[in-house]
Design a protein around this ligand. Sequence first.
Ligand code: NI
Length: 265
Amino acid sequence: MAMDLVGALTKEQTVRLGKQGYLALPEFASAAEVAEIGAIFDRLLASKAGWQDGNQFDLAGTDDGGAPKLPQILYPSRYAPALKNHAVVQRARQIAEAYFGERPFADHGEHMIFKPPRDGAVTPWHQDQAYHDPALDERALNFWIPLDDCDEQNGCMHYVPGSNRLDVLPHHSIGHDPSVHGLEVDEPETYARQSVSCPLPAGGCVIHLPTTLHYAGPNPSARQRRAYILIMQVEGTKRSVPVDNYWMREKRTARMVREGQATSR
Ligand code: NI
């Protein structure tokens, strides 16, 4: 039963997370929670919530008017207050607090990613930390919660075991196009060869670390694949040498333009 999970990872799970860089939990959210969050997700997507603020966009495209292949919503709780302090959020927060031995930031990271049926785009190999502050080694747990059963046919997660012990690797924008939001690690085929897939039922969860290499395949199937993602973070460690993240400095996306216009209004 999902509710039993409240609290902390077992010692064995904690060791496995540190060793592999990821940890699958087949039961994390109840069927009722999945249905509730799924309905919110569908509503936010259909109403294009956050689009004007730059918080809804195509992770794998240029927002040029075509149908998005990998729609993403940042900060969904700003548009759906029911997600604030939701039981699922509290569950993730408690696990992170026990893991780090300190309270995670109150304003946790959150997003939703949709792989539409039949033409959902690939989420290329990347490390989450490649997107973030180059001066810090982040300390965070990323909770990836599928709201639909997911497997290799509709874009489940894949991981490179042990990649969490690598430093931040060089990345580039998808298709080497700085107007696309998403990043891909350089020479991804090197890592793909060492990867394992992580199929999960709806309401399961996989936790990964900031430098764990991960990927989700395309969705050529007739089934949708929705994922709700929570990032529970504590103060990072200052790096002696910052990451030279030129791949972020050169980014110029339509999303960033909308965000700039929203903040200057
Ligand atoms: Ni990621």
